[in-house]
Design a protein around this ligand. Sequence first.
Ligand code: IMP
Ligand code: MG
Length: 173
Amino acid sequence: MTEKKIILDSGMIAARVGELGHEITRDYADGNLLLVGVLTGAFIFTADLARQIQLPLEISFIKIASYGEKTLSSGNIELVTDIETSVSGRDLLIVEDIVDTGNSLAWLKNHLALKNPRSLKFCSLIDKSERRTREVTIDYTGFALSRGFLVGYGLDYGGQYRQLPAVYELVDP
Ligand code: IMP
Ligand code: MG
């Protein structure tokens, strides 16, 4: 898997992130917003999205790991680093890079709901539906794609490619 095919260029991403920021600004006007970025993949999306939200907000990060094959999450989610911010009375918006099987999203919602936030919603840059095994709700979706293993804009393959400004599909040469 060495060839890269461009799927989302940086202009498309920036335009869509701007729209999401606008929607979130409108929806949370009376809120107490805490963005929770999911490390490592969502670090770039979280930074860009936060700068498109015209509201007071705080940013926190949670780090999870799921061990399995390199390109498929196993469903065994492990908490690596929890958020440090107090959640009680806050409106939490979880920010993810991509939802694939849905295992991570389901785990995160359950984990963060136990902390009693005032509200809990989910935003993902990419909703990749083909391998979904859990019924999950994504409140804000950047791009809906059916399949493909994607890298760039935070997404990695074996830890590489995260710094690319666009999203590419890795394809067999
Ligand atoms: P899920 O738990 O199967 O929904 O997978 C979610 C996590 O798997 C994402 O947060 C990514 O870290 C990783 N992942 C899933 N699909 C891709 C992909 O196409 N490229 C890179 N990482 C991916
Ligand atoms: Mg991730």
